[in-house]
Design a protein around this ligand. Structure first.
Ligand code: ZN
Length: 479
């Protein structure tokens, strides 16, 4: 923060669309990008007399999100009506949850200035999404109701976040956890992950909370950071001038980089929350929870531990792989097939952008070939430069490592007689390098190794070659 006297207190409310087949209260398809108003029915259009039925899959995914974030799960949960009027909400109310959300009390960890920090999760509840207003060029507004009734979870954090950077770290971590657990595709640009920011400032050391404002519906990580910085600067300016902060709802304008007032903040009472009469309270059994917990793969924190401690990867490299779930899951696939998992991890790091371009399907297909390559390298059948070359070939074709290596004569050459001849030829043809080396130019050794490798088509055993070259140079006399 620009002003050292003040401290930011930030809590995030994140809306995430759940990856279900159908909507939360009707059987309309839950699909992004369909022709407008083609996935609608009397229930999600709010026709009088239409009755909602709760989609069990949405509840189970909310439970899964809760388990992935270390939350407690309610055995009985129920829905509430949140009443308000908006053109994209044909019923005039949203079905959400009040006092009995599906999950409460979890956390996630982020790195704040390289130090691990826990951010508390207050609750996760299910609710329905609203339709989408499209403001077209002719200054009219169109409504697409395909999104009305798409299942959402709202994940509410504790006000534990202290800066824009921490907020971004929280969101990125949350997104990754949701991706690994298969809860949502979390595409901020398509609106399947959106964020509201609650923000206030107080004097450092004070435990009292300042008046907070809420910035609604931000749909990119960088906008979240910019919006927070802009709002913090605005609040601090007000406080320094001795003025009061008003309890407002704001929106971030990316074009000006500033926050704009939408309305004076409503209170919970304004929504006239009441129990939803058309949906009965629902039960979540310990059996449900057990099955769901078993279905959660290793999450980012666990992966970080495995990669750094078992695979010996540097922390930065571990986080790089984890940042791309499909690449990290490819590593899972390979680790089940090879004895040399460390090689694979290193390969993935060395060609990371190429791996990122692969789709999930490509990754599944790649796993057996990569495992074969790692075994060949680990068993000493090929050297590391051949392995790198082969990797590039198999990433861009359907070639198998063994076939490629045989076909191109790349198997490691360990025949000492042959390698001795290679060393002799290298020295004979490059007397300058040899005398340079003997005159103290250590780098000349590397150059001679390069020539040896070239003469063996990159396949000479580097350990044997180093030994033979050393021996030959010892006996070599400068003419
Ligand atoms: Zn419907």
């Amino acid at each position: 923060m620009s002003e050292d006297l003040y401290e930011a207190v930030i809590g995030l409310e994140v809306h995430i669309e759940l990856k279900t087949e159908s909507k939360i209260f009707c059987s309309c398809k839950n699909e992004y990008g369909a022709l407008p108003n083609t996935h609608c029915c009397p229930v999600c259009m709010g026709f009088p007399g239409a009755l909602p039925t709760l989609n069990r899959q949405a509840v189970l995914l909310a439970v899964k999100a809760g388990k992935a974030l270390g939350c407690g799960i309610s055995s009985v949960s129920s829905c509430n009506r949140k009443n308000y009027f908006y053109p994209d909400l044909p019923k005039g109310y949203q079905i959400s949850q009040g006092d009995s959300p599906v999950c409460t009390g979890g956390y996630l960890t982020i790195y704040a200035d390289s130090v691990k920090k826990k951010i508390g999760i207050t609750r996760i509840h299910i609710e329905e999404d609203a339709g989408k207003l499209i403001h077209d060029r002719s200054s009219s507004t169109l409504i697409d109701f395909n999104r009305a009734g798409v299942p959402l979870i709202e994940i509410v954090s504790e006000p534990d976040i202290r800066s824009a950077a921490e907020a971004a770290a929280y969101l990125k971590k949350l997104r990754l956890i949701m991706l690994y657990a298969g809860i949502s595709d979390c595409k901020m640009n398509e609106g399947s992950m959106r964020c509201d920011v609650n923000i206030s400032v107080r004097k450092k050391g004070s435990t009292e909370l300042g008046v907070r404002t809420e910035i609604k519906n931000i749909n990119s990580f960088s906008f979240v950071e910019k919006a927070i910085d802009a709002e913090l600067a605005r609040q601090i300016k007000f406080l320094k001038a001795g003025e009061n902060i008003r309890h407002q709802t704001l929106r971030f304008d990316p074009e000006t980089g500033s926050v704009v007032t939408m309305r004076e903040k409503e209170s919970e009472n304004d929504y006239r929350f009441f129990p939803e009469p058309d949906i009965l309270p629902f039960f979540i059994t310990t059996d449900d929870i057990k099955k769901i917990s078993e279905d959660i793969p290793a999450l980012p924190d666990e992966r970080e531990m495995i990669y750094t401690e078992s695979y010996g990867l540097p922390h930065k490299d571990a986080l790089t792989i984890i940042s791309e779930p499909k690449v990290s899951m490819l590593l899972d696939d390979i680790s089940r097939r090879t004895r040399y998992i460390k090689n694979t991890a290193n390969f993935i790091i060395s060609e990371f952008p190429a791996f990122c371009e692969k789709t999930q399907k490509d990754s599944a297909e790649l796993a057996p070939r990569l495992a074969e390559l790692c075994d060949l390298l680990g068993d000493g059948e090929i050297n590391s430069s051949v392995a790198k070359k082969t990797l590039r070939v198999i990433l861009s074709s359907e070639e198998t490592p063994l076939h490629y290596i045989e076909e191109n004569g790349l198997r490691m050459i360990r025949d000492e007689k042959l390698l001795k001849a290679t060393v002799k030829k290298t020295i004979d043809e490059n007397p300058g390098m040899a005398s340079d080396y003997l005159n103290g130019k250590k780098a000349a050794f590397k150059s001679m190794m390069g020539v040896c490798m070239k003469l063996t088509n990159g396949s000479g055993d580097p350990v044997i070659l180093t030994k033979l070259l050393n021996e030959a140079l010892k006996n070599h006399h400068i003419n």
